[in-house]
Write a protein that binds this ligand. Sequence first.
Ligand code: NOJ
Length: 743
Amino acid sequence: MKKFKAFSIGFVVLFSIVPCFAQQKTIAAKVEALLAKMTLEEKVGQMNQLNGDWEATGPITKDVGNKLEEIKQGKVGSVLNIMGTNHTRAFQEAAMQSRLKIPLLFGQDVIHGYSITFPIPLAEAASWDLAAMERSARVAATEAAAAGIHWTFAPMVDIARDPRWGRVMEGAGEDTYLGSLIAKARVKGFQGKGLGNIDAVMACVKHFAAYGAAIGGRDYNSVDMSRRTLWETYLPPFKAALDAGAATFMNSFNDLNGTPATGSSYLQRDILKGKWGFKGFVVSDWNSVGEMIPHGFVKDNYEAAEVAIKAGNDMDMESRAYIGNLAKLVRDGRVSISLVNEAVKRILTTKFEMGLFDDPYKYINPTREKATMNRPENIEAARDMGRKSIVLLKNEKNILPLSKNIQSIALIGPLVKEKWYLKGAWSTDVDPNDNVVSIYEGIQKQAPGAKIYYAEGCKIKDSIATDFKEAVEAAKKADVVVMAVGEDIFMTGEARSKADIHIPGVQEDLIKAVVATGKPVVVLLMAGRPMIFNWTADHAPAIVYTWWLGSQMGNAVADVLFGNYNPAGKLPITFPRSEGQIPIYYNHLNTGRPAQGDNDRFYRSSYIDLPNTPQYAFGYGLSYTTFAYSNISISKTAIKKNESLTVSFDLQNTGTVAGEEIAQLYIRDMVARPLRPVKELKGFKKVMLAPGETKHISFTINKEKLAFYNNNLERITQPGEFKLMIGAASNNIKLEKSFQLTN
Ligand code: NOJ
């Protein structure tokens, strides 16, 4: 009986693996068979990606030909920036007129939603809610796939410690541990049940690598970092995304220690395709093959193509360096045909896996497209993701939540009635403003009985402060004031780095004038990055950081303002007091002369004109309730390298309303070579608690949580003392325990 059971389990396991293995085998065989039929030019064609008929997301290469004609000639393998089944159909029909009828792959930056816009990725990261982020990516993929798109250029997993960098909005913030988990969740969301399913889009993990560390936060700038920092801080989210099954990678615009990433065989061949065994394909960033010329790395496109393919870049986005030079490079004996074959095989494999050879029009069904967009349950998911992303920074005297029976509200600021900006950069604009809920509308809906006094106050970029008469009058008439201020949609995103990240224009003067009325003022801060707003932080009674939350922003914000949702977001990135503190991040080294507090400056590692501490720390965020941490215990005070221990504690909701706390675990390796940071996030739990309720929470500490890279890039642990810190933020540690790691 036992034997039979073992046999049958083995049979079932084997049976469930076999189809997948068999399918892979047939795909490999099909790819080989197709490759054997292809001319060199057709192979190079597969490696060429061109911009479609939607807006170009980079400078168009000069020699634009007739794209449909080029497709018919088999000179194009993929098209980006093309949306909607009517557009993709025309292009796919052209591909079906090529000699070998190889279907095109359609790629698009579906970064945070397609028709329904979700919060910008940095905002979503503030939710620390992996399931919700996976769902957000799932909705985006479902809509995009129904619009004919096979491939999203997301997730962006670049660790970013510099809020001046405009693309900070596209990632998960500054932390490697949190960023890795989010990378995984997003890949799972985009790819759903796997390539081949009708609602799955291929993920493209970007930008490989270290793009987020551009010097001075200036986009496209150089990156100079040790290989240890690269491995320790910047690569793990990429590896996590790969482990989650990401189908493709995109390299990056920056040079890393003097080598453009697109031309880096260290990154693409040694690490990605070598050590990590990545089987999918690598696409360049927009013209990043050609941009190796201005970098000064190659002299022309001929050399650029040679360097890029040798380095492991499989597809060329928009530089036309491959289509113009690769065949000649092979004929000239400079590039081996085996390199071309390898790249083409990788690309064709994904096309087979997507099922495009079975049906090139698989994703092109206008009926499905119409039925899939803007489904009510998905709109609701966007609203939920929106409120989960909000971070309550300050709430003096519990001004918030507002009473639903409030008599009058003054709504003041240039973003109160705004719609389009609320979507944030990298929204697809498939569905224009009409489906966006403004702050005004959201609030009005939830306080239908309240009299609303509205004043714009100023424009976002106004540079001359006035007496803000109209705004002040509106504030004086109302019981409470809600202000909506911040950046505009063009201030974050690609090529939108800023040297000055204060709230733009005279908006902080407007806040001062309104706060001076003595009315209870709630300031909603909207942006795609951390802004600097020191006066507001010190004087406004309530501050809510709302980022850009997408189509449902007005509803999500109103849910929080009126207490229908108790905010639980925590900052995924540090908020500086001044640009002069940047880069500023919580997991720094201690130095030999650490400052003990903000006034400890005498021969200390500090500024004489500013504290070292940020305005708001990584992991910070308030709730409408309060939480108490107590009773920490550890299961062992010493462990060997391969053992684990558990740290547990009690978390209690000590307030009067239900709420969620994101309890965070930080670890410090007290003595190590090389040095270890003052603390590193190694675990978190988002816990819902009813008023008065206590839950017992535990984290497991194992080798993986204690390991780090040494200067030989080996991942090691070192014996000695480790401190465990449990807290509500990186700067708000509530409980501590130490243990020894022994030999
Ligand atoms: C350039 C950006 O860096 C990249 O993230 C994006 O996917 C491509 N353009 C295509 O739009």
